[in-house]
Design a protein around this ligand. Structure first.
Ligand code: C5P
Length: 227
């Protein structure tokens, strides 16, 4: 599939998630299932989305001892998800165990620094180097462990692409079409500028899920990439 768009299904119930998915064309986007929806709905929802034809990014950000993370990732791989993620803060041994546990058919990426963590939050947990240095350090560990890439802000994409190369996959939230409300996202880029900066996949939630016509909102975003 050529579309770089991953639609975030940020809903509390499977009914709401399936109602949105039912309005979207699985040849034009993938979907992301996160902690709230997965905790409420379980693997059955992932299977339902897949049977509708969607490739699923299971965004559960695993972070635990290597053996436990490896087991969780084997279960995710067995579900047949397209992409899954871990926290790079789990460290090199966890990242290596994660890599070994995930089959070739599933992309494995890592979260570096949560965007909710600013310099003062990082200092409070003993990481005093500042967010940019932390992102680069953790992306380096991710790359060294052979993972496929990282989740990052579109504003970090150019630097990460330059440092870790074309093949290192960048998945970016914080994307807003020019005419769309930012909501609680502060540092945003348009879909087209995010791709130009080096993002491979764009995670987009509310600009699609809260639109009067979600399919049309998706089509407009894809058209904006061609223009
Ligand atoms: O609605 P919106 O487009 O802001 O949704 C973005 C999605 O990406 C949400 O699922 C959000 O949790 C996720 N995300 C984010 N920022 C990060 C990591 C993930 O917005 N740094």
């Amino acid at each position: 599939m050529k579309s770089p768009v991953i639609v975030a299904l940020d809903f509390a119930t499977p009914k709401d998630a399936l109602a949105l998915a039912g309005q979207l064309d699985p040849t034009m986007c993938r979907v992301k299932v996160g902690k709230e929806l997965f905790t409420a709905s379980g693997p059955a929802l992932v299977e339902q989305l897949q049977s509708l034809g969607f490739e699923v990014f299971l965004d559960l950000k695993f972070h635990d001892i290597p053996n436990t993370v490896a087991g969780a990732l084997r279960a995710a791989s067995a579900l047949g998800v397209w992409m899954v993620n871990v926290h790079a803060l789990g460290g090199p041994a966890m990242l290596e165990a994660a890599r070994a546990a995930v089959g070739d058919d599933t992309k494995l990426i890592a979260v570096t620094v949560l965007t909710s963590m600013d310099a003062s939050q990082l200092t409070a947990i003993g990481l005093g180097d500042g967010p940019e240095a932390q992102v680069l350090k953790l992306a380096g560990l991710t790359h060294a462990a052979g993972l496929d890439g990282v989740v990052c802000s579109p504003l970090e994409a150019a630097a990460l692409k330059q440092r870790f190369g074309e093949k290192f996959c960048l998945v970016t939230p914080g994307v807003r079409p020019a005419d769309s409300a930012k909501g609680d996202q502060k540092r945003v880029m348009t879909p087209k500028s995010a791709l130009e900066a080096g993002s491979n996949y764009l995670v987009i939630g509310r600009p699609i899920s809260q639109a009067n016509d979600p399919n049309q909102a998706l089509v407009s975003i894809l058209e904006s990439l061609e223009s």
